[in-house]
Design a protein. Structure first.
Length: 255
């Protein structure tokens, strides 16, 4: 069963987290209400999907903004696959201050049910950024050869999400490894420009969330943004940045 929370997350701090086993029953949804075309089931005959989900004991769970969805440090548990909404993978220090390690989007898994010898790549607490839905299931091995082939396809599709998650974490590590707040901000904006394929970037985070992602305080972030804008690195209007990118010389993003 998925580990869920009785308390809610507010702001950028988490004062207390109380966890127990099992999804909130009030939020259980019919499995047949799953969106069609999920990448997880690519290669599985749509006619087989209902039977496969039943075989895997699947549940479809809705969470509200601020809910603690899962404590991902567990070594065993189900697969938790995000189908709608956004979830932040967070860690908290001893004073309850948050750092955002990853932003989960639909098509990514929060945990892998030990399918690849581990349950998650990183120990983190998953918090719903907005209303979201997760498909939760155990990767059991069916007795039917046909259903076993279907589960093998799902496992292979899940492996692709692991690879993508690893690449995202490597990018985050590269950004946060910069020694200065200035370097982190520039590295993040350049990464978003590459990801979005444009020098006109929409940052999908609030200022506080961006500070938590870069692991700096909000006042420092605001100061660096003003300084960099004054120096002509970009023009900014709220979360919209028009970057004036310089040729890469190995120094631009790390000053």
């Amino acid at each position: 069963m998925l580990v869920t929370s009785a308390v809610r997350y507010t702001g950028h701090r988490c004062e207390r987290i109380v966890l127990w086993e099992g999804p909130p029953l009030r939020h259980l949804q019919p499995v047949d209400s799953l969106p069609s075309g999920l990448a997880l089931f690519e290669g599985v005959d749509p006619c087989d999907r209902e039977q496969v989900l039943d075989c895997l004991g699947a549940s479809y769970v809705t969470y509200d903004e601020g809910d603690v969805v899962a404590e991902a440090a567990r070594t065993a548990g189900p697969v938790a696959y995000l189908t709608e909404g956004r979830v932040y993978g967070c860690v908290y220090d001893e004073e309850g201050n948050r750092s955002i390690l990853h932003v989960f989007v639909p098509g990514q898994a929060l945990s892998y049910g030990g399918a690849f010898g581990f349950n998650t790549l990183v120990d983190m607490t998953a918090v719903a950024r907005c209303g979201c839905r997760l498909l939760v299931f155990d990767l059991a091995v069916p007795s039917s050869p046909h259903l076993r082939r279907c589960v093998d396809i799902i496992r292979a599709n899940l492996a692709q999400t692991v690879a993508a998650f690893g690449a995202d974490l490597a990018a985050t590590l590269g950004i946060r490894s910069r020694r200065t707040a200035r370097g982190k901000v520039l590295a993040y904006l350049e990464h978003e420009a590459r990801r979005q394929g444009s020098s006109s970037v929409v940052v999908p985070l609030t200022r506080q969330e961006l500070a938590d992602y870069l692991s700096i305080d909000r006042a420092t972030l605001s100061r660096e943004l003003r300084t960099l804008a004054d120096e002509g690195h970009f023009e900014v209007d709220r979360n919209h940045f028009d970057l004036h990118l310089k040729p890469k010389d190995g120094r631009h993003a790390s000053k």
